[in-house]
Ligand binder design. Sequence first.
Ligand SMILES: [Zn+2]
Length: 258
Amino acid sequence: MKTKSLLLNLAVCFLLLNVCISPPAFGGRIDLIVGHGVDKEAEAQARATVDGVFNFFQKTYGIGLQKDIRINLSCDKHSYKKAIMSEYGRSEASAARTANRSVGLQLGGTLLVDLGDSSRRNFKLFTLCHEIVHFYQAQESQDKHGSIDWICEGVAEVLAAHIMETVGKQSPGYWKEYWREGLKDARDWPRLENLHSSMGAPFAYDTSALAVLTLVEWRGYPALFAYFRNLKNSSPEDAFYRAFGTRLSDFEKQFKPF
Ligand SMILES: [Zn+2]
């Protein structure tokens, strides 16, 4: 009975959704689920962005995704809320709260993005990139990527920015300026050493992104994933030193976003 109703539900879902199952890509399979109401242009932009992320990782680090991932695109807040309920099994009230304060989410192997509101499309595609970067971090570090929040989130921000600028969605330097502008209005920025296990401070993401950008300017993009790979068998401090050639605590003390 249970199986029957599950099959029925799946059949209904397949009627509502345009499900695209891509061929195995570098070991992992990408299921891109385009929700009812997502327009063709938004879908094409999302596909180009996802391809941009995969190409970047293949070219820069020689890696693909090993695990299957599922990307579910919604056309507006309402559909995004429904996707949170169906994909993550959340109640309507809880899904509504999350939908109101986010445009993208990632849990397990499933990523949800609300692509609605075309005036904010680039920001949403940026979020799509950011979330996919976390999959690679988890894979390359064997799930030890979250040990220092500012590096984990800063790398996702910086690579998303680089990919968006590479695929031509934004001009080079756009995001650096965006983060700097955000911080200019702040009286102060959070210290990196206070961003190890929480990103709740105001301007935590802007500061982390600018810190990681400084590391890229010193050591280039390859060093970023050398760090995540090092985490497999070293402490975050050792992994950092081996990847960037400086002590984590020294970098955190000396870093200034301007
Ligand atoms: Zn993130």
